[in-house]
Ligand binder design. Structure first.
Ligand code: FAD
Ligand code: KPC
Length: 528
């Protein structure tokens, strides 16, 4: 095992550390925080000027760095954490996927409690802290892979475990050293937006970062979730599935981002069926605590008057604010006054020439595809490629206890824009409701055979005149991957006939192929 010098910097350039060695050191650095040295991987033999310094080594900065290297340029990436990869593996997507997987597994176990091989679940409250501890231990593996891959395979130069200080548009200071570059790429990410009410600092009030960092007790029987979009719903469904009463306080409408009303209603009905209490039009007034500073209750206004919810656990998920303050102060880059996002053109360049910004820092959509892709496009612009990037028409998804995937238009907007909208869906409209064991595919087969109304929902929208697919919506499991590729085809102009002409695997709700084929033969299209 490599030993670390006791100085304030640690030069790893000539150490070819394994993933396991990186793992041990990252773990140590996360435990020791400030007492672990800054990690330097700089090629002293390379005399070239840096083409770019990436400040922030999250998905945006790491992918931009990799791409710039691949194009033959020289980069330096700096991150205050002891690993590359940023918030996704540390406190955002990866824990979210872990918690959402737990929610799906637990819903299945609770639905079939005491039957087949499932244990009796009625009295069971799953220990949340144990799962958070599991994540804290497990996340170091992906962190280590990112460092190993970035150094040994992608030949990146980096400084880790030290915050960068912007001096000017060519100069950055980190851990006592100064670096100069032709360009700076800002990939500083975003942070959770906080509620502005009394009691927010009480112990027991969490957001997605503090939930995985600070949870050091086992919450009691009630979770209060404030917010109504992806993070609120994803974490709320997990809390609910652990067996806790879960109350969602939503300022306006839950899951406004799902574009199709019928799909959204299916999703919310299933959340309610799992016992989630959803209060729309609710505003938190204050959070109250006991003498020792622990949360004891939440007071909120609702359309039915003021309510008081006793709880020791509050989770706020109100969206994220870009970390743009330092760039504004030190470089004067223009920001959107409403959102705090750094403004960029289609080359990812800010209002200051030679300063680029990427990822969550430039605002919505704050998603991995945009972080990684914007990083690579900034690198390409810096390396003088002709590029133009602005994210649009991406497929989207979120988790409830299910995976919910969508692309294109919802039915309401499709009908506003097209006069002959054809709808193909499963289950079909049926006077007896949803009690039909379709769609059926992997991971919903037990539901399909026994609890048909839980087996999911799928819907395809078609322009009956041009026969082009306008939108696709899916609730269930396993469709997300298919949607990435389906979206490319739909953007290129996919007709129902071309979709029906594809070769499907046996159970294929994710691609809608078999349903499309049933109708593709019709000259004049009808609903199905
Ligand atoms: P980050 O990854 O946040 O990187 C910013 C980096 O800058 C950090 O590493 C930070 O340490 C560093 N930094 C900041 N200031 C300094 C400084 N002064 N000096 C040095 N370093 C600094 N997206 C998806 O596509 N799919 C998902 O399932 C998904 N799930 C999510 C779940 C949650 C709960 C959340 C909150 C987000 C989720 N996202 C998901 C969004 C995704 O995590 C982000 O879009 C993505 O991580 C942003 O990457 P980034 O590089 O822009 O920022
Ligand atoms: C583990 C994993 O793939 C999610 S974290 C990825 C970070 S990065 O490769 O920098 O986008």
């Amino acid at each position: 095992m490599t030993t670390i010098a006791s100085e304030s910097t640690w030069d790893v350039r000539d150490l070819n550390m394994s993933i396991e060695e990186w793992s041990t050191h990252i773990d140590d650095a996360l435990q020791r925080e400030d007492s672990f040295p800054a990690i330097f991987n700089i090629d002293a033999d390379d005399t070239r000027e840096f083409d770019a310094i990436f400040i922030g080594g999250g998905a945006a900065g790491r992918f931009g760095s990799a791409y710039l290297r691949a194009l033959g340029g020289r980069q330096l990436v700096i991150d205050r954490w002891p690993f590359l990869g940023g918030s996704c593996p540390h406190n955002a997507c990866v824990p979210h996927h872990l918690f959402s997987e737990c929610a799906a597994e637990l819903m299945l176990a609770r639905t079939f409690s005491g039957r087949f091989w499932f244990p009796k679940m009625e009295e069971l409250t799953v220990n949340m802290r144990e799962i958070v501890d599991l994540f804290r231990k497990g996340r170091v593996g992906p962190h280590a892979i990112m460092n190993y891959q970035s150094k040994e395979q992608l030949s990146m130069e980096f400084v880790l475990n030290a915050a960068a200080k912007i001096i000017d548009k060519h100069t950055v200071e980190v851990a006592g050293r100064t670096f100069k570059a032709r360009n700076i790429v800002l990939g500083l990410g975003a942070r959770p937006q906080m509620l502005a009410v009394p009691g927010i600092d009480l112990k027991g009030v969490f957001d997605y970062t503090t939930f995985v960092e600070d949870l050091d007790y086992e919450p009691g029987g009630t979770a209060v979730v404030v917010g109504g979009s992806k993070t609120a719903v994803e974490y709320g469904c997990f809390f609910n599935a652990t067996g806790r009463r879960t109350v969602m306080l939503v300022r306006t409408k839950l899951l406004k981002l799902i574009p199709d009303g019928e799909t959204r209603a299916y999703v919310i009905d299933r959340m309610r069926e799992q016992g989630m209490e959803i209060i729309e039009g609710a505003e938190v007034i204050r959070i109250e605590g006991d003498g020792s500073g622990k949360v004891t209750r939440v007071i909120a206004s609702t359309p039915d008057g003021e309510i008081e919810i006793p709880t020791d656990f509050v989770f706020q998920a109100l969206g994220e604010i870009p970390n743009s303050e330092e760039a504004l102060e030190m470089l004067g880059v223009k920001i959107d006054p409403e959102t705090g996002a750094v403004l960029v053109n289609d080359k990812l360049e800010t209002s200051v020439p030679g300063v680029y910004a990427v990822g969550d820092l430039i605002g919505a959509p704050m998603e991995m595809f945009k972080a990684r892709k914007s990083g690579t496009y900034a690198a390409r612009a810096i390396m003088k490629e002709e590029i133009s990037y602005s994210p649009r028409d991406w497929p989207d998804f979120l988790h409830t206890h299910y995976e919910v995937s969508w692309l294109g238009l919802g039915e309401e907007e499709a009908r506003e824009r097209y006069s002959n909208v054809i709808v193909i869906k499963m289950p079909p409209d049926n006077p007896n409701g949803l009690n039909i064991g379709l769609p059926a595919s992997d991971r919903v087969m037990l539901y399909a055979m026994d609890q048909a109304h839980l087996s999911g929902f799928q819907k395809l929208l078609i322009d009956g005149d041009s026969r082009l697919i306008l939108g696709a919506h899916h609730v269930g499991y396993g469709a997300r991957d298919g949607f990435q590729y389906l979206n490319v085809l739909v953007k290129q102009g996919l007709t129902i006939d071309a979709l029906g002409d594809m070769d499907e695997l046996f159970l294929n709700p994710s691609h809608f192929i078999q349903l499309a084929r049933l109708r593709a033969g019709q000259n004049e299209l009808h609903d199905l």
